[in-house]
Design a protein around this ligand. Structure first.
Ligand code: AOF
Ligand code: ZN
Length: 332
C-alpha cells in the first residue's frame, strides 16, 4: 500500500480527479504491475496497472489500491468490473470512495466472489487525499487563506500601500502555493486596489506550468483594463457576498481547492464564516503600526470567543516567517 501511495503521488496535484495508485501482486507477493491515475479522462489506476499485463496475467492475483475501485461508467468504465474480468482474486484498498455515484465497487467485487479487504493505512489515505475528500464530502472546495503581514499584524501602511511586505523567498513560496490549488480567489476590492495578475510565476517572472483558475468575488465590476482579464485560465466572477455559495459554485469548474489571497475583507469573512480550512501567514520582521490590519472583524466580541488555532509548522523563508495553522479541533 505504501508503494501504491508513492505511485499515486506521481499524479497531478491539482485538477478534477483523485490521485490514486495501484499495485498488482502475484500470490507469492511479487509485483506484477503498477499503475496510477494521471488526471481527468485518463485511465484509472487499476486499469493503468492491468494494461501492463498480458491477457490472463492477473489471474489469482491481488490488487492493492489506495481508493475503493469505482463502480460507475464515468469518463472510463468501472474498475471493479475490470478487476473481476482480469481474474483478480483479492482486492485490498485503503478508504471507501466518498462519491455517491461512484462507490460500491467493494460490494460489486465481493458479489463476484473476490476477497475484499478495506481500511489498510486508512489514516494515511485520509491525509493524502484530504483536500479532495473534503470537497467531495462537503460539496465545497478546500480553502487555504493566506496573508502577509508585519510582525504587528498589519498588511498595509497608513497610505494603503501593501507591496511588498515580505521578501523574495516568501513571495516565491506564495507563487508555488497558487500553483498547488485549483483556484485563486480575491475580492473585487483587491482587484480595484492592486490590479493583481493572479498567475503563478517563477522567480524569473515566468508562468509556472499549472495555473490556478482566477476567481473574483463581489458586486463591483472588474474593469476592462484589469490585468487579471488576460489570465491564461480566463476569469470567473461571482457576484454577491455569500462566500459559501461562491465556493460551491466553483465545483462545476472542477475546483476542489481554493487559495484565498485577498484582501483583509475576504480573508476575514472566510474565517468568520468558518470556511477557512488552513491559514498561511507570512510574517515580515517589520513594524507598520496604524490602521492597515491584515484581518478585520471576525465576530469575536470577547476573549472567550477567540478562534483557536493549531500550528502545523513554522518555516523561515529568508528574513520572513511562515506559520501554517488550522482552526483548532480540540475543545478549549
Ligand atoms: C478508481 N480509480 O484511479 C480513480 C478513481 O470521471 P471518472 O470516470 O474518471 O471518475 C472519477 C471518479 O472516480 C472520482 O471522482 C473518484 O470518485 C473515482 N476515482 N477511482 O477506481 C482511480 N482516480
Ligand atoms: Zn475506476
Amino acid at each position: 500500500m505504501r508503494r501504491a501511495f508513492t505511485l499515486a503521488a506521481e499524479g497531478p496535484r491539482v485538477g478534477d480527479h483523485a490521485r490514486v495508485g495501484a499495485v498488482i501482486l502475484a500470490p507469492d507477493g511479487t509485483v506484477l504491475a503498477e499503475g496510477h491515475h494521471r488526471g481527468a479522462g485518463t485511465p484509472h489506476a487499476e486499469v493503468d496497472a492491468l494494461m501492463d499485463l498480458p491477457a490472463g496475467g492477473a489471474a489469482g492475483a491481488t490488487a492493492v489500491v489506495t481508493l475503493e475501485p469505482c463502480n460507475h461508467h464515468g469518463r472510463t468504465g468501472p474498475c471493479s468490473l475490470a478487476l473481476v474480468e482480469a481474474g483478480i482474486a483479492r482486492v485490498v484498498y485503503a478508504i471507501d470512495d466518498p462519491n455517491d455515484t461512484v462507490h460500491g465497487g467493494g460490494d460489486r467485487l465481493r458479489d463476484a466472489g473476490v476477497e475484499v479487504v478495506s481500511g489498510l493505512l486508512a489514516d494515511e489515505a485520509e491525509a493524502f487525499l484530504e483536500r479532495w475528500l473534503h470537497s467531495i464530502r462537503t460539496g465545497r472546495p478546500w480553502v487555504t487563506v493566506k496573508w502577509a503581514a508585519s510582525l504587528d499584524g498589519r498588511a498595509a501602511a497608513a497610505d494603503g500601500s501593501s507591496r511588498w511586505i515580505t521578501g523574495a523567498a516568501a513571495r516565491q513560496h506564495v507563487h508555488e502555493q497558487r500553483a498547488d490549488h485549483d483556484a485563486i480567489l480575491v475580492g473585487t476590492g483587491t482587484v480595484l486596489a492592486d490590479d493583481p495578475g493572479l498567475t503563478a510565476r517563477g522567480d524569473g517572472g515566468e508562468l509556472l506550468r499549472t495555473q490556478p483558475l482566477p476567481v473574483v468575488v463581489g458586486d463591483r465590476e472588474v474593469p476592462e483594463s484589469a490585468v487579471v482579464r488576460s489570465h491564461p485560465r480566463g476569469l470567473v466572477t461571482v457576484p454577491g457576498h455569500d462566500l459559501d455559495a461562491a465556493l460551491r459554485s466553483l465545483r462545476p469548474h472542477g475546483v476542489h481547492s481554493v487559495f484565498v489571497e485577498g484582501g483583509p475583507t475576504v480573508a476575514s469573512a472566510m474565517i468568520a464564516a468558518g470556511l477557512a480550512d488552513e491559514l498561511l501567514v507570512y510574517l515580515a520582521p517589520v513594524l507598520l503600526g496604524g490602521p492597515g490590519l491584515a484581518l478585520g472583524d471576525l465576530g469575536v466580541g470577547s476573549m472567550n470567543e477567540r478562534l483557536r488555532l493549531d500550528v502545523l509548522s513554522t518555516t523561515e523563508l529568508g528574513p520572513d516567517l511562515l506559520i501554517r495553522a488550522r482552526p483548532s479541533r480540540s475543545t478549549p
